[in-house]
Design a protein around this ligand. Structure first.
Ligand SMILES: Cc1ncc(COP(=O)(O)O)c(C=O)c1O
Length: 318
């Protein structure tokens, strides 16, 4: 989401302080329903009435925003932080795909109130099983997260809160501490691979290469291009033993899990279009120049031979 859109959304979502009487035209009630995580009825029952229940109004106000540093490139954090300050929102950076990425020289995960990292095996820094971490400068948050991951224990057999078992296996810590030493070099190799892909694919009709923001040091967890005839392309490449992936075939708002929010098709047209067009080309540190050239020329062949009408799609896709 564009930072300005977030600001507009929050102003619409929460146009007056929670204790004030709020004129309402029904749209507001709709928006409250949309963001209520439990899917329970929105607190404003009569659109013409004043706020009936200030407590539930407070409970349903947004408390945090989670910018996602998608595919290895950081979100534009300055405007997000400014909007968050204005609306008193806590900022949680989802840096699960952005180990070692930077925003204006600052490491991903170090800008908001907390940063979250996944060490799933396929990540730029991956364990040999499930693992993850939360980073924060707040001692209170640190101690709370430490408790939450350990069934809410502050010390043995003393449960301050209800938590869960999120303890990372020692073996994963050992693997990660060895691999961490190589992260910068691996990220640099990914960046170099992306440069080669960019050069080879940039001028190809029907293909849009990933955009690089001036503010970001991209670490290319994923190298996703936007194309037309995606499934045909994927099948053709697979015949040549080039295996691609689709990251996020169905946007979050169209997943069954979020159906109760009532955000149907058309609610987020950009996300929906991207979900139809994105394809992730092979990307890892050890890819060779020759392999990238082979992949890029196979993509070119596909659009030249099998899909000549793709010359029109650049305009359609942008
Ligand atoms: C952007 C993003 N956020 C969150 C997650 C969840 O990470 P985990 O599965 O380790 O909890 C992932 C993992 O794929 C991710 O890519």
């Amino acid at each position: 989401m564009e930072p300005q859109k977030l600001d507009e959304y929050l102003k619409f979502r929460n146009p007056c302080p929670p204790f004030a009487s709020a004129p309402d035209d029904g749209r507001r009630a709709q928006s409250l329903r949309a963001v209520c995580p439990s899917g329970r009825e929105a607190p404003i029952r009569n659109p013409q009435s004043k706020i009936r229940n200030p407590k539930s109004e407070i409970r349903n106000r947004p408390k945090a925003v989670i910018p996602v540093h998608l595919f290895g490139q950081t979100a534009d954090m300055d405007p997000i932080m400014e909007i968050a300050r204005e609306h008193e929102l806590f900022v949680i950076e989802d840096a699960c795909q952005a180990h070692g990425a930077e925003y204006k020289g600052r490491p991903a995960g170090s800008i908001g109130g907390a940063g979250c990292f996944s060490f799933y095996p396929g990540k730029n820094l991956g364990a040999y099983g499930e693992a993850g971490a939360v980073v924060t400068n707040s001692p209170q948050l640190e101690s709370k997260v430490r408790m939450l991951r350990d069934h809410g224990q502050s010390k043995r057999y003393c449960h301050k809160m209800i938590g869960w078992n999120g303890r990372m296996d020692g073996i994963q810590g050992a693997v990660l501490s060895v691999k961490l030493k190589h992260l910068s070099a691996w990220n640099e190799a990914r960046r170099q691979n992306a440069r080669i892909y960019d050069e080879l694919l940039a001028d190809l009709d029907g293909v849009i290469v990933p955009q690089k923001a001036d503010h970001a040091k991209h670490v290319y967890h994923v190298y996703a291009i936007r194309v037309q005839k995606r499934d045909d392309l994927i099948n053709t490449l697979a015949e040549k033993d080039i295996h691609c992936a689709i990251h996020f075939r169905l946007p979050v708002h169209l997943q069954d899990a979020y159906r109760h929010l009532g955000l149907g098709k058309g609610s987020f047209p950009v996300a929906e279009k991207c979900a139809e067009e994105l394809v992730s080309l092979p990307m890892f540190a050890e890819l060779t120049k020759e392999q990238i050239e082979h992949i890029a020329s196979s993509v070119k062949d596909f659009y030249a031979k099998r899909c000549p009408e793709s010359n029109d799609v650049q305009a359609a896709a942008s």
